[in-house]
Each structure stands twice: as C-alpha cells, then as structure tokens.
Design a binder for this molecule. Sequence first.
Ligand code: XUL
Ligand code: CO
Length: 438
Amino acid sequence: MSTIFDAIPPIPFVGEEGEAEWGFRAWQPDRMVEGRRMADWLRPAVAYWHSFCATGADPFGAETMDRPWFRTADPMQAARQKAEAAFAFMERLGTPFFCFHDRDIAPEGATLRESNAMLDAMLDVVAGHMRRSGIRLLWGTANLFSHPRYMAGAATNPDPDVFAHAAAQVKHALEATHRLGGENYVLWGGREGYDTLLNTDLAREDAQLGRFLSLVVEHKHRIGFRGTILIEPKPMEPTKHQYDRDVATVYGFLARHRLLGEVKVNIEANHATLAGHSFEHEVALAAALGLLGSVDINRGDPQNGWDTDQFPNNAQDLSLAMLEVMRAGGLGSGGFNFDAKVRRQSFAAEDLVHAHAGGLDTLARALLIAARIRADGRLDRARAGRYAGWDAPEGRAILDGGMSLAALSDRVLEGGVDPRPRSGGQERLENLVAQLAR
Ligand code: XUL
Ligand code: CO
C-alpha cells in the first residue's frame, strides 16, 4: 500500500546555520546531553488523534485535511490505511514513540463487544508496524468523551450504567496498552466535570471518580501492567469546570482517595496556561509533590482563552519547564507527546512534517538551553543561596520538629535571630536566562 508520506524525503540534520529549509536544526537523537542521549531525555511521541484522525472541521466549516483514509468507505479498511500511513510518517520523522485512544486506531461498533473485537484486530496490525519500525507506545488511553452516552461524563455520570460502560471500555483499553508494551496509561478527564451546579452533586461525583480510579489501579496490578497510570489535568473544556483542574487539585484528589504512590500526572502545556498557571509551574509543582509523570507538549495562543493545541515553537519559554524536568532527573517512563494539531489551512501531508520537525527542534533547543543553565550554575547557586539558612543547624531544628512555637519565641526575644530583607534578584536571573538562551 502506498501512503501520502511516501513522497516525503527523509529529514537530514542541517544545524542552526543550515540554509536548507528541509532539515532538523537542533534535534539530534544521539547527541549526548549530561551523559544521556537527547532522545532519551525527550522521548518524543506523535499523537495519533491530532495527526491522523483530526479532519480540520470546525463549527463554521467542513473537513479540510488531505487524508485519503477519510474517503475509504469500509471503516476497518480505513483504519488499516490510517495505521500504515501513521507508521510511514513516524518512520520518516524518526520519532521513537506514539500515543493513542482506543477509538483512534479502530472504529466504534454497535456494542462494546463489537468495538473490542475491532480494536483487537487493529492491535494485531499496529503491533506488526511497531515490530517492523521499532516505534514504541508511550501511552494508551480510552476515549470516554466522544460518544453521546458520555455527554454527562463517564465515571461521574449520574447513571451507574454509564459508569459501568466506561469501566468496561477502560479495562479493554488498559489491556490493549499492556499488550502493545505501553509505558504508561493516561486518564484525561474528558467530560468529568459539570456545566451547571443546578443539576450537579459534587460530593457524589467526587466519590464516583475516586472509585473509578481505584478500580483502574486494581486492574493494572491484576494484569501485571508495569507502566505508570497518569491523570492529565485540565481546568475547563469541554465542561465549564473539569474536576482534574490542575496538579494541585489532582494531588488533593489522590490523597483523598488514598492513591498517592499509584498515580502520577501527564501535564499538558496548554492546559496549564488555561488554568492560569505557567507550564513550568505545573511541572515544578508535580516534581515537588513526586507526581511528575509525562508531558503533553503544545502551546496556546496568548490572545485566546481556549485549548488551541499548537505546536511548541519558543525554546526559551520551554527551557524553564525543561530545566524542571532535568532537575527531576528526567521523566522516567514518561516523554514529550506532541498533543498538538496543525491549523485548518495546513491540510497537506507536508504541513504535518513541518509541524513535528519544528516541534522536535524546539524540544531539542530547550533541552540544550536548560543544560547550559545547569552547566553555568549561577541560577542554581542563587536559588540554593536563598535557602542556605535552612541547611544550618537552626533551620534544620525547626523543620525536624525540634522547636516549639514557645521555643522559637524565646529565641527571638533573646535576640538570637537577625531577620533582614534580601534581594530576590529576579531581574538579574531573568537576564541570565535570556543570555544563556541565545
Ligand atoms: C484534551 C487532551 C486529550 C488527552 C488524551 O484536551 O489533551 O487529547 O491528551 O485524551
Ligand atoms: Co493532552
């Protein structure tokens, strides 16, 4: 079978000074950065849904994407054609991983039994492509938001039959992920949230969501899946208020349902900014709380308050999140999944290549900037210097619980402390990062 990507030539490395437009500028998978291959720091993945399933339709207009499998009448034949093209694309690009929803790789049938059978048939096809190409599965997930049965949520639906259906679907998607050797399993909240409090019981829905996640974790252990279960926070869209709002909210949810240690987070850049945070804030907080799992890399539009899912393009901006990832020692079983879509007018096969090549270069540049910041050392020294007092015996005694409120008061009244304002040095540090990002 031929695919629309066959005519696309391989992408050579041309370097930052290279003249040719067709080429990688910074992405060199084997380049060593702090003793680790660039590809092993970044573990980039292609998102099956945006790149091979999105049609380009929006509320105002029809499909635009040039994807021949959209014109194939038999849905299973279309699924095979799509898989063939997807792997041809990823091989051209040299991305080591992909991510998928169950309904991205196989159509939905009239019953769950039928859907499962079609998914199983497609798993054979996908497994064949994976073996041949060496491309691996970063994570799998279940689509619990497209079908009308899920319009009022899946786990948080007021109808327990919908909960049961969602549970059955996740069981199969988790097993599919396990079968393909997936390294993580993601639960993005889909329609777990509300549109109006007038018809919503928050306490019930929280209990339902906690039960659902516990069932998933239980099943993961039952089938021996060694990957990490990840929740993907998002504050809004499609519902007015999504329950997994941000990293801090997810931490509270996991603590409340005794799931800390079992579940981490998949942080999406555009979800972080929708929540009113910076992307690096969410990464830093997840690392601080021991929850850093994986990343959905994209960006929003500074003027628009919605999830535009654009490809990352600003390395200096991204370098601050990358610095947090490096400080955490990397993402472990996680990676950087391009949860990003080309614009509606970028309908050609070539646009998809430009988008991903630019994304890979941006990730690579951000990694190199973050490594330069670390090698330079001044930022880390400035940060550590601010807290030096806490490493001294007096500071340690406070944190170790060796000082009561009364003992602290006595120390202050006896003149044993010397609290003085010190500059936070923000502008100096901002200048330093800008200089190292050049
Ligand atoms: C939606 C989103 C999803 C998840 C997977 O905003 O990011 O594509 O990443 O369900
Ligand atoms: Co995402």
